[in-house]
Design a protein around this ligand. Structure first.
Ligand code: UTP
Length: 310
């Protein structure tokens, strides 16, 4: 079938956030605290992600949770006791911030009994999603709210049908950390490519391009059958990439948008620390003071390093 035959003209309206993984790259912090709840300044990572979905007009959000991760759902509940205390104190700003978390979206949950892989986690969303295309937002990364990515992905998918991916350009030494796409130009505009293949974590020499798949996907409901037919792959996990490759092989159109904005990857300590610092510096209430401290700190470190060398 052609791209046109897959197009629906309708934007996806539901999102799935797979957040049932073990977060081994962030242990021991993540033994008892889900990495999706680690704070970036004063909001958990997961809230930035739900805000990203809501800002794109998606307010039906399914959280895929697992063992030890129920606290993620509590974050989106009302807290009348906390609200009453803030009201008494007259702390209107924090009161609004606390209330906002329960008003952002309709949060639904389902369980992934065992963390058998990202593909498997998406698969447990099947009955909630039904027959329409939907968005998948990984639970440990988000983009700068001033440079949104999802709206363009949703619009493109309504035009092309099939799968829409998001890419960032990576340096050759980084290809081994990502899924890398082989692509050709598309008729849909600059920074939009047609995907002809996907390779999981290739070396620089084997990488077919410098376009790395990041954690935002718009998928058709046919992905569920493909997931059911997917055998455990790399790491013994049921990989979403393998299920998408089946659809691609069967003629489902796959397009990708090259994202040139800023993305925060909080799945590992280094990316997490960078996100905290960058967002803190941008905050109107904290940025000036924190930025001042940070530059003094960096200058002091440089001086100490210079002294140690001299
Ligand atoms: P990651 O591979 O980054 O998460 O999956 P992980 O497995 O928890 O982390 P590491 O690699 O061990 O450090 C991306 C997203 O998919 C979810 C994770 O929670 C994360 O938000 N995921 C992953 C699931 O929901 N279930 C799984 O079986 C695997």
């Amino acid at each position: 079938m052609t791209t046109q035959a897959h197009a629906t003209g309708r934007r996806a309206v539901k999102a799935v956030i797979p957040a049932a993984g073990l977060a081994t790259r962030f242990l021991p912090a993540t033994k008892a605290v889900p990495k999706e709840l680690l704070p970036v300044v004063d909001r958990p990572v997961l809230q930035y992600i739900v805000e990203e979905a809501a800002a794109a007009g998606i307010t039906d959000v399914l959280l895929v949770t697992g063992r030890g991760k129920t606290s993620m759902v509590d974050h989106f509940d009302r807290r009348p006791d906390v609200e009453a205390r803030l009201e008494e104190k007259g702390d209107k700003a924090r009161l609004a911030a606390v209330r906002r978390t329960s008003e952002l979206a309709d949060i639904y949950t389902c369980r992934q009994g065992e963390p058998l892989g990202l593909g498997h986690a998406v698969g447990v969303a099947a009955s909630h999603i039904g027959d329409n295309a939907f968005a998948v937002l990984l639970g440990d990364e988000f983009v700068d709210e001033e440079q949104p990515l999802l709206p363009a992905m949703l619009e493109l998918q309504a035009r092309t049908g099939g799968i829409v991916l998001a890419f960032i350009e990576v340096a050759p030494e980084e290809t081994g950390r990502y899924g890398i796409a082989s692509v050709k130009p598309s008729e849909f505009g600059e920074d939009i490519v047609e995907v002809t293949g996907l390779v999981e974590k290739p070396s620089a020499a084997e990488a077919p391009s410098n376009l790395a798949v990041v954690g935002r996907y718009i998928l058709p409901a046919t992905i569920f059958e493909a997931i059911n037919n997917t055998k455990p792959g790399s790491g013994g996990e049921i990989q979403l990439t393998d299920a998408m490759a089946q659809l691609l092989a069967d003629g489902t159109p796959v397009h990708g948008i090259v994202y040139r904005g800023h993305r925060y990857d909080t799945g590992m300590p280094l990316g997490y620390l960078q996100a905290v610092v960058e967002i803190a510096v941008k905050r109107p209430d904290l940025g000036a003071e924190f930025g001042q401290w940070l530059s003094e700190f960096v200058a002091k470190q440089a001086k100490n390093a210079g002294g140690a060398q001299g």
